[in-house]
Design a protein around this ligand. Structure first.
Ligand code: ADP
Ligand code: MG
Length: 673
């Protein structure tokens, strides 16, 4: 039992008390069989009239049970001889469960049940808690365990770490009361509220949990900041030469953010900065300027991107920018093997390579840096906190902790940024380079495909370029590649004058690069692609984008894709092709895309429609391991969480550690990753 509990992170009585129910059942009264509703939990009592084995599609034990108001079926697919005996005709039975519509009218599938001897067992006096569980631990075991834990719960056994100044910690809301209530809610409890997690006791605990998470991230940040980092300050000569060859002026926003970064880099403590900027806002140049500062001061820079395609594009970009300045670059990805890989590794270790660009491969064990001073991570939302921290560990003790710059195009709503990225300072590039015109977005029924094809013909004969995006219909990369091949064939047939290329995830890296380069150099008019082009690809001359089955994609993904056009001076168009009939959600998404080009507006709507876990892709970061709070449901608490954290840190610093320990699976999980 202890082992099973430990697997769920339960090592102590306190852990057990904080293992809160998922939902509740009302077992305080008996429902007449005639009054059962499908989908509504109920307790029934009656006599088994018949018990037979039925040989339908699957063998099952079927009991008909009657109480004078009606008859209902219990169905068991798994049963042994003893159970069969216990469920013989004539037995009086009490049973708990959720009736559903089945082959013979309402049916209970594998209900909990209890035979009734002479004396009927007492009814429950409170709502029955249903606990999150694991294999081999029944709900009965959970109830026994929590019963034991609750008897140990006397006033003052749980220290309330929330400061009394907070209104939440009012007298009516002691921690013991809240915990007791949520394990064993009284019969008059507002079940609806409990189910929705809106009950004030749940909110009290959710608040405390969010506070604990917030504090733990803050602690991590403090720990990091206490470490020494190499201060970087130079005369700016390299940056000036870079800017002269750039061919455009920085926007005010780029200028401002670059200065914020330069200020951080001067410090003898590690920079931890997140740069948010909508797609096309020009984050790469800002990263390049940061890199130049580090290089000018004699340090190496590692630049990591989430995909092969994007990393390679960065590599090409930085080569064009940096080689004329006399800098050496290295390139690492999982696909670079053997001798070539060894060459790169040697160059990194000997400091011959100053700027190292690649994918996750950058922080594998055999990569050792001579003098890593700055780590730049592009498209942060694809990486977890773990990966971010792993790269930082490539620094050397004698040099200090590398500075860290994280760039993301997925605008993170402010409230979430505060919690998910509390360990980072934020800068925003809130301005697009001049001369951009907003992308004009339309939604078109896929039956009008031929009109879309004509439009591509017209645009391309005027010298423009277009993307045709085939969305992932099948889970497998192989099948979606196949679908893209078919689409590409069809388009080649209907557009014989155009030069059409195809990229998908199954191509070799070299093939992908070759095709992307051909498109960039306008040797291709139309690029048919799976969503591999989603992140970061930059071809300013492309001004038309068709997204097939757009109704299947989420808002952020659509916005990312659309960001591939509208980068040049021509008016750009995005055609969202959809298949009828459209669901309500899909319809709303397409409408939002037509109404707005603003990444922040879209991210807020996305959060509203999908919830933060998916938006941030942070399931694996530990942040989403919440027991009772739900970031989406409870994000109205976050402002208050922030001020409570400040209060606690300033006035009650000794409360911080025990509070974090209470809520986090392993109190130091952030520190260890
Ligand atoms: P993102 O922020 O999406 O990563 P990029 O860095 O790829 O954007 O920049 C998008 C395009 O805008 C690139 O072609 C880049 O050269 C160009 N660009 C960046 N900054 C400016 C600027 N200040 N003026 C003109 N063009 C710019
Ligand atoms: Mg980018």
């Amino acid at each position: 039992m202890a082992e099973k509990l430990a697997a769920l992170g339960i090592d102590s009585v306190q852990d057990l008390l904080f293992h809160l129910p998922l939902r509740y059942q009302d077992r305080t009264r008996i429902t007449p069989i005639g009054a059962l509703q499908p989908g509504v939990d109920a307790v029934i009592e009656g006599e088994i009239k018949a018990a037979d084995i039925s040989f339908g599609k699957r063998r099952s034990l079927v009991c008909r049970i009657q109480d004078g108001t009606g008859t209902v079926t219990l169905r068991f697919y798994h049963f042994n001889a003893t159970q069969q005996q216990n469920l013989a005709a004539g037995t009086r039975l009490r049973c708990y469960g959720e009736p559903r519509r089945g082959a013979s009218g309402l049916e209970f599938y594998h209900p909990e049940y209890q035979a009734i001897a002479e004396q009927a067992p007492a009814m429950a006096e409170s709502l029955t808690a249903i606990y999150p569980s694991t294999e081999g631990l029944s709900q009965q075991s959970w109830r026994k365990l929590t019963d034991q834990a609750l008897t140990m719960l006397k006033p003052q056994t749980l220290v309330d770490w929330l400061p009394p100044e907070l209104e939440l910690a009012g007298e009516a809301l002691t921690l013991e009361q809240a915990i007791h209530y949520l394990h064993r809610p009284p019969t008059d409890a507002n079940t609806q509220q409990l189910v929705e997690g809106a009950h004030r006791y749940q909110q009290r605990l959710a608040f405390e949990e969010l506070l604990a998470h917030h504090l733990s991230v803050q602690q991590l940040r403090l720990q990091t900041r206490c470490q020494p980092a190499p201060p970087m300050d130079d005369d700016g000569e390299l940056a000036t030469r870079f800017r002269q060859q750039l061919g455009f002026q920085l926007t005010n926003a780029q200028q401002r953010v670059s200065e914020e970064i330069a200020d951080d880099l001067k410090q003898p403590k590690p920079m931890l900065r997140l740069v948010q900027g909508d797609v096309g806002s020009g984050k790469t140049v800002v990263a390049a300027l940061a890199a130049l500062k580090a290089v000018a001061c004699g340090y190496q820079v590692a630049i990591m991107a989430p995909t092969e395609v994007l990393a390679e594009q960065h590599f090409n970009n930085f080569c064009q920018w940096f080689e004329p300045l006399g800098l050496n670059l290295a390139w690492l990805s999982g696909k670079i093997k053997g001798k070539r890989r060894q060459q790169q590794l040697d160059a990194i270790q000997s400091h011959e390579a100053m700027v190292i660009i690649g994918t996750h491969a950058l922080f594998q064990d055999d990569v050792s840096y001579a003098k890593l001073g700055l780590v730049i991570i592009d498209e942060q939302h694809r990486f977890g906190v773990h990966q971010r921290l792993a790269l930082k560990n490539k620094g050397r003790r004698e040099i200090g902790h590398p500075h860290q710059l994280v760039m993301t195009a997925t605008p993170i709503p402010r409230t979430l940024a505060m919690t998910a990225y509390a360990d980072l300072d934020c800068s925003q590039i809130d301005e697009l380079p001049p001369g951009r015109t907003p992308v004009n977005t339309v939604a078109i029924d896929s039956t009008k495909r031929s009109r879309v094809v004509e439009r591509i013909q017209a645009a391309c004969s005027e010298g423009q370029q277009a993307y045709w995006v085939c969305t992932l219909i099948e889970e497998s990369e192989a099948l979606s590649a196949e679908a893209a091949e078919v689409t590409c064939e069809n388009l080649r047939n209907s557009l014989p004058d155009l030069k059409i290329g195809l990229v998908h995830g199954r191509l070799k890296a070299a093939e992908k690069t070759e095709i992307m380069q051909a498109f960039k150099q306008h040797q291709l008019d139309l690029l048919v692609a799976t969503t591999v082009i989603e992140v970061g690809v930059d071809v300013p001359n492309a001004s038309l984008m068709i997204i097939e089955n757009a109704e299947r994609l989420g808002l952020s993904q659509l916005h990312q894709l659309r960001g591939r056009v509208g980068r040049g001076s021509a008016v750009s168009h995005c055609v969202l092709m959809y298949q009828n009939p459209l669901g309500k959600q899909s319809k709303r998404r397409l409408q939002i895309m037509r109404d707005s080009n603003d990444g922040f507006v879209i991210a807020e709507k996305d959060l509203e429609m999908r919830g933060p876990g998916e938006l941030l892709g942070t399931r694996q970061t530990g942040l989403m391991l919440l027991k009772i709070a739900d970031l989406e449901r409870d994000h109205h608490l976050l402002e208050k969480v922030k001020s409570a954290a400040t209060l606690l840190l300033q006035q009650y610093p000794s409360h911080v550690e025990p509070l974090v320990k209470r809520w986090l699976l392993h109190g130091d999980q952030y520190a260890h990753v």
